[in-house]
Write a protein that binds this ligand. Structure first.
Ligand SMILES: [Zn+2]
Length: 253
């Protein structure tokens, strides 16, 4: 038992001592509110004060927020990324993203990507179309979280395509910029989805897998760092960023 413990300690020690991994984080948020919109969703809401403190920290650490369109411009060689990029993403399209999150974001001069479930738009606690348009005008990239938030890996090919196509077309025909990015509902994805996503003119897709991203990362399997309601304030936020680095080091081995 002691030997096993020793080996684990040595392995962790070696990983800890490895040089800083390359790559940038994509943070995964849901709601920014003191009051989660649905009971049982408490873990997904970050209180506004914590969110502001997290942005203060990122700013102090020299991070620059980019969108996933900026990332794809860089992948294709049209732009260079800032020295320390980071992407802030928000899943599901809750209305507090507009009313609470956006003002805090703008006060920090930052941008984000908001993934909406198109059949939830305008429902109670979800974003309305005019709010979404205003967000886009103010520099937010809008992405698709499919039409109905069904786990794609459990659907047949026709339904998968319909979920991806309908949400994208609805947003674009409503007057929004071309939709380029998808967030997999429940983080459920497989390698076969990439082909459908390419055919439906998506350029990127974010998963729920932990890690960091480089220009070489498969753009349809981008890693994220899940930010939950913190129990231990900013220390927990720093720990989650550190955990993503740790996973990136493991993958580089
Ligand atoms: Zn979701």
């Amino acid at each position: 038992m002691r030997i096993i413990g020793g080996v684990i300690l040595i392995v962790f020690g070696i990983i800890f001592l490895l040089p800083e991994p390359e790559g940038f984080p994509i943070l995964e948020y849901h709601q920014v509110t003191d009051e989660p919109s649905e009971p049982g969703f408490e873990v997904y809401n970050v209180p506004p004060a914590d969110f502001a403190a997290q942005l203060d920290y990122l700013q102090a650490e020299g991070y620059t927020t980019i969108t996933l369109k900026d990332f794809m411009y860089a992948v294709n060689g049209y732009r260079t990324l800032p020295e320390k990029p980071i992407v802030l993403t928000f899943d599901d399209g809750y209305e507090d993203n507009y009313k609470t999150m956006l003002p805090i974001l703008e006060a920090h001069g930052m941008t984000a990507v908001v993934y909406v479930i198109t059949n939830e738009l305008g429902q109670k606690n979800y974003l309305k179309l005019d709010e979404l348009k205003d967000m886009e005008k103010r520099g937010i990239e809008i992405g698709s979280h499919t039409a109905d938030h069904l786990p794609l890996t459990e659907l047949d090919k026709i339904t998968q395509r319909r979920q991806l196509r309908e949400s994208k077309i609805y947003l674009e025909w409503s007057g929004l910029e071309p939709i380029c990015s998808l967030a997999y509902p429940n983080g459920a994805f497989d390698s076969e989805l990439e082909e459908i996503l390419r055919e439906e003119n998506y350029l990127t897709a974010v998963t729920g897998e932990t890690g960091l991203n480089t220009l070489e990362t498969n753009p349809f399997e981008l890693y994220r760092v899940h930010i939950r309601k913190p129990c231990f304030g900013l220390i927990e936020f720093k720990f989650r960023l550190w955990k993503a680095k740790f996973f990136a080091k493991l993958k580089a081995l």
